[in-house]
Design a protein around this ligand. Sequence first.
Ligand SMILES: C[S@@+](CC[C@H](N)C(=O)[O-])C[C@H]1O[C@@H](n2cnc3c(N)ncnc32)[C@H](O)[C@@H]1O
Length: 276
Amino acid sequence: MNIDRIGPWSEIKLEIVKKYLSAYTTVLKNRGFHFSYIDGFAGAGQHFSRENSKVVPGSPLIACQIDEPFKKYIFIEIDEKKTLQLDEIKEQFPNLDIEIKAGDCNPLLIKEIFPHITFENYRRALCLLDPYGLHLDWNVVEMAGKSKVIELFINFPIMDMQMNVLWTKRISEISPAQVIRMNKFMGCESWKEKVFQQDLDLFDEDRQARIPKAARVLADYYRERLVEIAGFEFVPEPLLMENTSRAGLYYLFFASPNKTGNKIVKGIFSKYRKGG
Ligand SMILES: C[S@@+](CC[C@H](N)C(=O)[O-])C[C@H]1O[C@@H](n2cnc3c(N)ncnc32)[C@H](O)[C@@H]1O
């Protein structure tokens, strides 16, 4: 068994995803569309809670358990041991159309999955892109946005950025390999100008959010790119996910072509915001 231990912040993310998945299928069930759930970084389908060691359903299992099921499920996972555990979930739900793919989700989504989800063939999809670090390729995000029928939840991994890129004020000190990872994730090189500006000191901690100010600047820029480059009509303010010491770990983004989806997620996010 290859089961990850997850912190309370991941359980909150799963709660949010569960709420939206249920709302999504309830809204779409009688509209004549073929709607899929796609989990790009699926994991094993279940985890252990760090708080009480209980088994917690992961995003693939949550998606299979909702009352109004999706027409199709696609789970992608790079770790083959975890895909074997996903196979067990598939066996538990013989009535659901579940496809499990082993490998890197970036080329799989671009070449094999997203091309079949189009406006013209009445397809819709909700896709969760939840890596541990900077493993998501911007081209995936841009293709989803341009489709006008795919909605995304995206994990914007501040911790990875902080450890590998935002630890220094001097760009010359960052390893070229880490710069390439950031370029791939952001989909551009202009992120460098946003944070490594002589006259700005963005490397102090934003005390309220407990993240470097530079991470906030990059998240704002990513949000701008989701709208202007990828063409998502609705990208609400992302939700900062924090650990138990209230340090920011990642932003949870939602990006959608759909007004109703936006309204629902804004409502859900507002309940989980600090002080919200
Ligand atoms: C944060 S976990 C996913 C957790 C899952 N969303 C949940 O909440 O239950 C990220 C997973 O992505 C997998 N992974 C990492 N890089 C990947 C890639 N390029 N393509 C597909 N899966 C990948 C890891 O093995 C890990 O299981």
